[in-house]
Design a protein around this ligand. Structure first.
Ligand code: HEM
Length: 424
């Protein structure tokens, strides 16, 4: 990247630094206090811009002068060495229009609000079955493996036409793909294995089509098998890891705020509650990388073509003016009655999350049903440390929870939990 920083710039991605694991690391909040656009350094030693302001983040994500094409030589990466993977097998998440739009269009129809609303009974059934299975085998369980992960995994498998019996394979490979500690050869191998798997499935569907996305994609004559496999990979990985982590983290947070969890008993409050959980947790904790392809002025700061930029969703989602007007709790706190609809947890602009109607439906149904059907749900084991349900900071959301919940996925580019032992 170009400009030389004038002062020691913080390193991105920043580790959680002992504060509340639900809040952004202090590196980001400190930067946000300094200005909406500040300098930072990536792990490979290159400089980039850390964009923390709400309006500025929206500009980066919606202005064509910022590219999402990870094949460009100067594109910023959170993990050194990942460029070759993006170059070898691009998917539309990291391409610009018109390539991005051409591929995204092929699957837009499957994620429209209307289509997803029609799936609600099926999602409800999947959720109820998961709870039935969990309760049939005792009164304690790891909520991650028994509920948070199976629900979105099953849903995306149904949609894509991927056999759920193969979940161990694609869940393990997905974990490697979103890990910040896996080596480049490991990620490259995992990506190839998943592409081969999805390419094989798609080829079978050419002869025996089903009512699913992969079958619809292979029936087209304007897509290569490689493009179909890459799109399938993006949907499969994005479609279960994110929502699974949101279900697990939201459950943990709600168990720590029982007075707020009670709001889920009112069906009218559930959609708003989910928006606030999305805002508060902002699980894409590293922010979103982009590359300036023209000179731009952003928040009064000149940015040069060739500069890397990181749009920090978590600080944007704590914009005081937007999310903390008089009468609401401070933006660092969870407030399920807050109007959080303008949050950026799903990104913004042309790459805004394609699966957001599905993610919303899954989260609303999974959380409402869990707290309704298991009213005595509480933390068990390590997560149930004395501070888990009663910590003095429960109302502030800024306390030090890390010691009582050792299962945070610190190695992942997406916030999540390795396990969540619960009892009911
Ligand atoms: C709570 C769960 C989810 C969160 C927080 C989330 C977040 C995001 C974010 C922030 C982006 C923008 C990335 C960027 O601009 O660089 C994105 C893109 C995307 N998401 Fe999600 N996502 C979630 C669930 C899902 C689900 C269930 C699917 C279903 C398949 C999905 C599919 C996608 C796809 C395909 C893209 C790429 C869109 C594009 O580049 O045009 N996501 N997601």
């Amino acid at each position: 990247m170009t400009s030389t920083p004038t002062a020691p710039a913080p390193l991105l991605p920043a580790p959680q630094d002992g504060g509340c694991p639900f809040s952004p690391p202090s590196v980001y909040t400190d930067a946000a206090r300094t200005g909406t656009v500040t300098r930072a350094t990536l792990l490979d030693g290159s400089s980039c811009w850390l964009v923390t302001g709400y309006q500025e983040v929206r500009t980066v994500l919606s202005d064509r002068r910022f590219s999402a094409d990870a094949r460009r030589p100067e594109f910023p990466f959170f993990v050194p060495g990942r460029r070759e993977i993006a170059v070898a097998n691009p998917n539309f998440l990291r391409l610009d229009d018109p390539e991005h739009a051409r591929l995204r269009r092929m699957v837009t129809g499957d994620f429209l609000v209307k289509r997803v609303e029609a799936m609600r009974p099926e999602i409800q059934q999947i959720v109820d079955d998961a709870i039935d299975r969990m309760t049939a085998s005792g009164s304690t369980a790891d909520l991650v493996t028994r509920y948070a992960l199976p629900v979105p995994s099953l849903v995306i498998c149904l949609l894509l036409g991927v056999p759920y019996e193969d979940r161990q394979l694609f869940q393990d490979l997905s974990r490697v793909l979103i890990s910040s500690t896996a080596t480049t050869p490991e990620v490259s191998r995992a990506q190839q294995e998943l592409l081969d798997y999805l390419g094989g499935l798609a080829a079978q569907k050419r002869h025996r089509p089903g009512n699913d996305i992969l079958s619809r994609l292979v029936a087209r004559d304007d897509l290569s098998l490689r493009e179909i496999a890459s799109t399938g990979l993006l949907l499969l990985v994005a479609g279960h890891e994110t929502t699974a982590n949101m279900i697990a983290l939201s459950t943990l947070l709600l168990l720590r705020h029982p007075e707020q969890a009670a709001r889920l008993a009112d069906p009218a409050a559930v959609p708003g509650a989910v928006e606030e959980l999305l805002r508060h947790l902002t699980i894409i904790h590293t922010g979103l990388p982009r590359l300036a392809v023209e000179d731009v002025e952003l928040g009064g700061t000149p940015i040069r073509a060739g500069d890397g930029v990181v749009a920090m969703l978590s600080t944007a989602n704590r914009d005081e003016e937007l999310f903390g007007p008089p009468g609401t709790r401070p933006v660092d706190e969870l407030d399920l009655d807050r109007d959080a609809r303008r949050h950026l947890a799903f990104g913004f602009g042309v790459h805004q999350c394609l699966g957001q109607p599905l993610a919303r439906a899954e989260l609303q149904i999974a959380l409402e049903t869990l707290f309704r059907r298991l009213p005595t749900l509480r933390l068990a084991g390590t997560g149930a440390g004395s501070s888990a349900g009663t910590e003095s900071s429960a109302g502030t959301g800024t306390g030090t929870h890390a010691d009582t919940t050792p299962a945070f996925r610190t190695e992942s580019l997406i916030s999540g939990l390795r396990e969540l032992p619960v009892t009911w």
